[in-house]
Design a protein around this ligand. Sequence first.
Ligand SMILES: C[S@@+](CC[C@H](N)C(=O)[O-])C[C@H]1O[C@@H](n2cnc3c(N)ncnc32)[C@H](O)[C@@H]1O
Length: 383
Amino acid sequence: MRRSLMNLTYIATAAMGLESIVAQEVRDLGFEDVKVENGKIIFKGDESALCRSNLWLRTADRVKLLVGEFKAETFDELFEQTKALPWSDFIPEDGEFPVIGKSVKSKLFSVSDCQAIVKKAVVDQMKNAYQRETWFSEEGPLYRIEVALLKDVATLTIDTSGTGLHKRGYRALHSEAPLKETMASALIKLTNWTPDKPFVDPFCGSGTIPIEAAMIGQNVAPGLNREFASENWNWIDKKVWYRAVEEAHDLAKYDTPLDIQGSDIDHKMIDLSINNAEEAGFGDFISFKQMQVRDFTTRKEYGYVISNPPYGERLGEKEEVKQLYRDMGEVFRPLETWSVYVITSNEQFEQLYGKAATKKRKLYNGHIKTDYYQYFGKRQPRS
Ligand SMILES: C[S@@+](CC[C@H](N)C(=O)[O-])C[C@H]1O[C@@H](n2cnc3c(N)ncnc32)[C@H](O)[C@@H]1O
């Protein structure tokens, strides 16, 4: 097993367009040597960085441990260089180590062959290291290996997260078109909302955006309610995990008052949201009510609307959604001190809303190309 764990390299993966937000989160956690590439944020740290990044990253998809990276244009090169990597430093004799793969613009394009070759090379290296002749039982903890080929460069990683980081553990139930928790968090992080300001999601569905806002508002680590594959790895002292969890509890500000409201036309969605918010521990901090967006009124000032309305992509929904966006304009345009943020794939949004956005940002919601329309409210005068 590995003796020095001081200088490991990690890759936090990010949805297309969210790299800069994930990178900022990584920097905020104090990790070093942060590099940004397409879909990944590379950083260095010891084993506590593994625990803390999994617990805290709100907008990353998962955290992988980099084992090696090299050019490979033939199966022989892939095999030999994989075999030369220190797999047994990370994977114990009883570890389960399935191999997944992907290949983009590379000579080695058969993913199943690459996976089989990597598996064989890892087995050979481990047989040597553990001095055994027989097959490994693989009955222990999971070390999921990935071979990712991009332009003939193979990147070999072990996944530390297990299920994707968007699974926070609170959303047992979801709506028909739920937003990924990581994306909901990114939408909030792209605004200047602070927890002392009113927050409204008038299309809350299963409550993802309000719940993520509450978590951000009280500085609650998104991973506190779930498990990670690497929790069972024997080279990470249990104390390192305990310390990371303890730190997360210490940093949470569970008594920060919040003014967060979620509403939806569908009362079933409101029941879902209430359930999910309770599961996340924010039952007392978010108010949910059944309401159509056109009935929204407020006397509050300097609030934030952050929402993911229907996009009108389904047949028969188009006209309805046009009216909905007009209604949104009627309701929110007069609120001069409020900032309004809307994600939609509908290119007519600004026209229907009746105002050009202050700023737009291209984002992918899953595979759907969307824009994040941002209307900045008047600045609050300094008192
Ligand atoms: C794309 S979903 C939102 C999903 C949500 N972000 C989540 O993560 O579960 C859009 C929501 O808008 C609601 N909706 C549709 N028309 C509405 C209206 N006129 N007023 C308020 N809500 C409406 C739907 O019931 C649906 O839950």
